[in-house]
Design a protein around this ligand. Sequence first.
Ligand code: NAP
Length: 250
Amino acid sequence: MILDKFSLKGKVAIVTGSNTGLGQGICRAYVEAGAKVVGVSRRPSTETEEICGKNFYNVIADLSSVDVIPEIIAKTVDKFGRVDILVNNAGVIKRQDSIEFSEEDWDSVLNVNLKTVFFLTQAVARKFMEQKSGGKIINIASMLSYQGGVRVPSYTASKSAIKGVTMTLANEWAKYGINVNGIAPGYMATNNTQALRQDEERSADILARIPAGRWGTPADLEGAAVFLASSASDYVNGFTLAVDGGWLGR
Ligand code: NAP
């Protein structure tokens, strides 16, 4: 039955940035699809815990440093015995004219959005190989994996790079049954876009360009996130899928 291929029953997922926004939606969808989920966040994911129930376990970790990675893997295996899925969702954005952009705003974004993503992915892939299980890695990219944006140079650098690295890792690890794909959300109503949505002029410009005529929501991402974590996508590898209300096609 085709719908069985979308089930995540018996799977264990790690989702970073689980306390809010798109990450919270992905945790909810994965639990509903049958998975056990370890949500990683720097502050407690209390609301996500309430939504997901006993199949959700929160690990507190600040992903601005790679030092936390061994603990994330160890706590996941202690709690649920294995790892099958990783969603690199946690991300930060800094907005400033490029001419004024500081080294701190460059490094802080690249550390969370790219460096820790790469090394956490490497650690999880090593676990997949040790388990001889294969697995699914999903990197949350952006429209700025495809476009330049304005006033967000470090964010664009990180999200363009993650789309490229997604392809590199798929090339190297497909032979181990590991799928590495990306999801590029369009303009979604979360904390990440709060400043944009509060800027009346920018907000109106953005809305006018979205063919769907509305901002996206965390629920809009859930179908793609479940698909790419499930065996329904076993022959999809190295691709970054836009979930953008038609933005990129405009
Ligand atoms: P969000 O509500 O700001 O969520 C970002 C998540 O990342 C939060 O859970 C945040 O934790 C976490 N995070 C940031 N820095 C961290 C750190 N050092 N350690 C641990 N966790 C950290 O925004 P969102 O829209 O859901 O973003 C999720 C992903 O989608 C990000 O990668 C973002 O770049 C991407 N994205 C979003 C949009 C959009 O329109 N919203 C579009 C394209 C791509 P705190 O709550 O503690 O900050």
